[in-house]
Design a protein around this ligand. Structure first.
Ligand code: RIB
Ligand code: CA
Length: 310
């Protein structure tokens, strides 16, 4: 079976950590590298978190730091959910792994041009790095299989009534990605809110009793506490791993090809993903918008991934 070449751009982040876990050792992927964006916390912290996760899970891939702030906006972080470190809840062993010295944008461009096969690009944070790479080297679009992103919502947001965090942190970057010629699959809050890490899920994964389950449980306990305090949820939505789970098993999601546009006006809807699911505006479809998830299948994929770290 040919492995799918993958670059994962993320802002770890509790749910990003589980996305890294899923991508890190699945035999269907050739994970070429992890590029780090700011978002859930400052870049210094999301970068250290990415090193800690990959070292702890023995995922031997380059980790490259990206932009320290969004293209236009000032930085807005999500420490209310992810804490002071950006990954509160787990004491990692002393860190020995270091960053790849290439900037994330250069790593993305070089890796895409050097790869013999097209590369699938997954983003689970603000899209500043990918957007900058598209602006610096537009011809990389010919080397990208598709972009699968966690972000947006065709319903209501989670930072404002209109906007979801990954998009609102850097709406201009999102616009560059959504308006590029690349195939984009958008996995928004409408989907990810259906996979909440409820107590029965924590119990199920704790029973696996290996280092990956220990990481999952300790991170999710803090993630859930914060999600309960901020949103009153019984379990935090496990947003980011849905991207990788979908690549593991595309039957996980149902998508609709539609025109999707980022609101760049500076009003109450700034950063909204306007998904024209009923084609009111008769504009060209540019995004595969996920609108259904097989929840049981998702948790089975998560369980299989955790077990695979025995
Ligand atoms: O809105 C949820 C998204 O914002 C997730 O990617 C989470 O990690 C945060 O980055
Ligand atoms: Ca994220």
């Amino acid at each position: 079976m040919t492995k799918r070449k993958l670059i994962l751009d993320c802002d770890p982040g509790h749910d990003d950590a589980i996305a890294i876990m899923l991508a890190g050792n699945h035999d269907g992927f050739d994970l070429l590298g992890i590029t780090v964006s700011t978002g859930n916390q400052t870049l210094k912290k999301t970068g250290i978190n990415a090193l800690n996760i990959t070292q702890f899970l023995t995922i031997d891939v380059p980790v490259c730091l990206g932009l320290e702030r969004p293209l236009v906006r000032d930085l807005q972080i999500a420490d209310d959910i992810h804490g002071e470190s950006g990954l509160d809840g787990f004491n990692f062993p002393p860190l020995h792994k270091s960053f790849d010295q290439r900037h994330a944008v250069d790593f993305i461009i070089d890796t895409l041009f050097e790869s013999k096969e097209k590369v699938t690009f997954v983003t689970t944070g603000p899209m500043s790095n990918l957007a900058m790479a598209l602006r610096k080297a537009p011809k990389i679009v010919d080397h990208i299989e598709e972009v699968v992103l966690m972000g947006g919502a065709h319903g209501y947001g989670n930072v404002t009534p209109a906007a979801e965090f990954n998009i609102l942190v850097d709406p201009e970057a999102a616009h560059i990605v959504f308006s590029s010629p690349v195939k984009v699959t958008m996995i928004g809050l409408d989907i990810t809110r259906q996979v909440q890490v409820l107590p029965k899920i924590v119990k199920r994964m704790a029973a696996i009793n290996n280092k990956a389950s220990d990481l999952f449980v300790k991170l999710m306990n803090v993630f859930n506490e914060n999600q309960a305090r901020v949103f009153g949820l019984k379990g935090g939505p496990l947003h980011d791993p849905v991207t990788i789970a979908y690549l593991i098993d595309p039957s996980l999601l149902k998508t609709k090809h539609a025109h999707c546009e980022i609101d760049l006006s500076h009003g109450i809807s700034y950063g909204r993903t306007n998904c024209d699911l009923f084609d009111y505006l008769k504009q060209d479809a540019n995004t595969f918008v996920a609108h259904h998830i097989d929840v049981e299948k998702f948790w089975n994929i998560i369980e299989r991934s955790i077990r695979s770290y025995d």
